[in-house]
Design a protein around this ligand. Structure first.
Ligand code: PRX
Length: 642
């Protein structure tokens, strides 16, 4: 394969390969010294930690920056005021290209203080959970920072989730406050956020107040005793609000993500370790220089939005661009036009967006200039070499290095990535471990694979950005992450390491599907399907999709004498209600029975193969209770192909 040097065009190269190797070695041989230095360099502490780390990773008792005191909002806002008061902190552009806004660090400080006072006035205290169900508007960032300021734990719920999903999260967290908006806008279409929130809250008696941002201005149902207009409340409070001094191991936020069971898990991130990790990785991986305009296209409802749209950039005093809309509206040039409009230097997006835009042809890109770009990044799924090449050549005009960053909601920040100026690029590979990270590939017997065979990707040691636990479910945390390969963090991904030490991520090895970069649990979809009374059994698997990466393929068994008219439509409606618009069935196969082992376990391996039309590669089916079940399923699968 042709090698490209991942070297930026300017003189920004901060180190070379030899230096990387030296620093990497130091970071893994003496992690306390390494992370202690980073913590001092990147974060302002009210009280220094007594120990950089304590406890044992293998026993899940590891803690970072023990007894250190800090505040995340102070680090992201207040401490920049002296030098960067008038510097844009957030540039926002709406779904409508004519709507935009710039908020300086000074203005952000005032807004965050006011909103923190609004929350305090509603009785929010340190440790209380605040749910943020908002569109991609500046108020979302303001609300997150305001929570951090007073020590409240924020939990952002992506605006594309349904009221059922919102309800599950509100109940799990025991939230008293919800912040929402009248509506969100995407592609010029309105989505009734407040209405969704109202429906969810009906079953959440603990929710006492709903703070509503007037975004589109369309009328909404109003509950006089419960609802408060954001803008009115902001006028009634003081613009000064002291920061709460937080312990490094106090929770900063909980963010829900899908796992292998039907119920999403609340990933808990601490204040100190998380902030050190995202601040340091942001600066190092994106090579951010003062004055750069940085744009991460992720929604604040996902971890990428938390770590690399908000906390990482703002902790570095950067200018971060926030976009409400989609890459295809009003035209497929939207991203590239925005890059020209705001002179974006660093652009971070998902392979699914790149695939969509590539599919529409080069002209949408080439008619724009993009000369401001210095660095491109991707995250969320594997990027295939041809898509990588297109991103590099057409979008970046063969002059911008690409960082293909591998990480997860649980990891807090990037763990495997190329480094600018250091790593010769191999398109499609996330390259090498970041400082302090020791990944390993493990075979089915739990043995470390030293050669290039694929296996389970695990992480051997702790790093500061790692999740602390799962909200109110320590057992699930230990079972889910430390039991598959005892004592090591199990990522749920398969990967291999090539002879040059490059990691190639092959995708999920568990029951999680990545659809357009969104993480969806097969268990969640299955339980949504089972809410339809006609369905007696359901099994969901991933099917390859050229644009989305993967699609959702469902096998269903129905109750006797069921009318199958509009089956797919009915099932999709149920999924939309239970999960939200992010999950849509690509195919449904109505079968007589599901293939089960004699102990009653569904053989998903077979279902995956059949969904992908790989009938010749079914392997051993002798453990099936009734091997003839497979013939019927194959017959049905071939029928939809015709
Ligand atoms: O399968 C990996 C894939 O995304 C999963 C994590 O998803 P989530 O928690 O939603 O976080 C996404 C954003 C950090 C991983 O287990 N993934 C993420 N980045 C990459 C990737 N797969 C391949 N290459 C990547 N760069």
């Amino acid at each position: 394969m042709r090698k490209k040097t991942n070297t930026p065009p300017s003189s920004d190269v901060h180190l070379n390969l030899k230096q990387y190797k030296k620093i990497y070695k130091q970071s893994i041989t003496d992690p306390n010294r390494f992370w202690g230095e980073q913590a001092k360099k990147f974060i302002s502490w009210f009280t220094p930690w007594k120990k950089v780390s304590s406890g044992d990773f293998r026993k899940q008792t590891k803690q970072w920056f023990v007894d250190g005191k800090l505040n995340a909002c102070y680090n992201c806002v207040d401490r920049h005021l002296e030098t960067h008061k008038d510097k844009p902190a957030i540039i926002w552009e709406g779904d409508d290209p004519n709507k935009s806004l710039t908020i300086t660090y000074g203005e952000l400080h005032e807004k965050v203080c006011r909103f923190a006072n609004v929350l305090k006035k509603q009785g929010v205290e340190k440790g209380d959970r605040v749910c943020i169900y908002l569109p991609m508007i500046p108020e979302t960032a303001i609300a997150m920072l305001a929570c951090a300021r007073i020590g409240a734990i924020h939990s952002v719920v992506f605006g594309g989730f349904s009221s059922e999903s919102l309800k599950t999260r509100l109940l799990d967290l025991g939230c008293k406050i919800v912040i929402t908006a009248d509506e969100s806008v995407r592609r010029g279409l309105y989505i009734p956020l407040k209405k969704n929130a109202d429906t969810a809250i009906q079953d959440c008696p603990k929710v006492k107040k709903v703070i509503v941002v007037k975004h589109t201005g369309n009328p909404v149902e109003w509950h006089k005793k419960r609802d408060i207009w954001y803008h009115d409340a902001m006028k009634e409070v003081d613009a000064v609000c002291p920061v709460k001094i937080m312990d490094a191991n106090d929770t900063l936020f909980v963010l829900y993500t899908s796992g292998s069971t039907a119920k999403p898990k609340g990933i808990v991130h601490t204040t100190g370790g998380y902030l050190v990790y995202v601040a340091m990785t942001f600066k190092t991986i994106f090579n951010y220089q003062d004055g750069d305009i940085y744009w991460c296209t992720a929604d604040l409802g996902w971890i990428t939005g938390h770590s690399y749209l908000l906390y990482g950039p703002l902790a570095n005093g950067a200018t971060t661009l926030m976009f409400e809309g989609v890459p295809s509206y009003p035209t497929y040039s939207r991203y590239w036009e925005m890059i020209d409009k705001y002179h974006v230097n660093i652009f971070y997006t998902a392979p699914t967006a790149i695939r969509t835009l590539r599919h529409e042809g080069d002209t949408w890109v080439t008619k724009t200039n993009r000369s401001s770009l210095k660095l491109l990044g991707t995250v969320g799924e594997p990027i295939s070499p041809d898509v990588w090449e297109w991103y590099y050549r057409v979008v970046g005009k063969s002059k911008c290095p690409i960082v293909d960053t591998w990480w997860q909601t649980e990891t807090g920040g990037v763990l495997i990535t190329p480094l600018v100026g250091v790593t010769p690029a191999k398109p499609g590979s996330a390259a090498w471990p970041f400082y302090g990270i020791v990944p390993e590939i493990i075979d089915e017997n739990g043995k470390i694979i030293k050669d290039t065979r694929p296996g389970k990707l695990v992480i051997k040691h702790s790093w500061p950005g790692m999740l602390e636990t799962i909200w109110h479910n320590r057992i699930r945390f230990i079972k889910g992450y430390f039991e598959e390969v005892p004592g090591k963090y199990f990522t749920g991904d398969n990967a291999y390491r090539d002879k040059d030490g490059y990691f190639w991520i092959l995708g999920r090895e568990d029951d999680v599907i990545k659809v357009s970069g969104h993480r969806i649990g097969t268990g969640e979809v299955e339980s949504a399907l089972l809410t339809v009374h006609k369905i007696s059994e359901a099994a969901v698997v991933a099917i390859p999709n050229e644009i989305k990466g993967h699609g959702i393929f469902a096998y269903v068994v129905t109750k006797p004498n069921t009318d199958l008219t509009d089956l797919k439509k009915t099932l999709n409606k149920a999924i939309q209600k239970e999960i939200g618009k992010i999950a849509v069935l690509e195919e449904v196969l109505h079968v007589k029975e599901l293939p089960k082992t004699r102990s009653g376990k569904i053989m998903r391996r077979l279902l995956r193969k059949i969904a992908a039309n790989e009938f010749e590669e079914l392997g051993d089916t002798s453990t099936l209770a009734d091997p003839s079940v497979i013939d019927d399923i194959i017959y049905q699968r071939k029928k939809i192909n015709d």
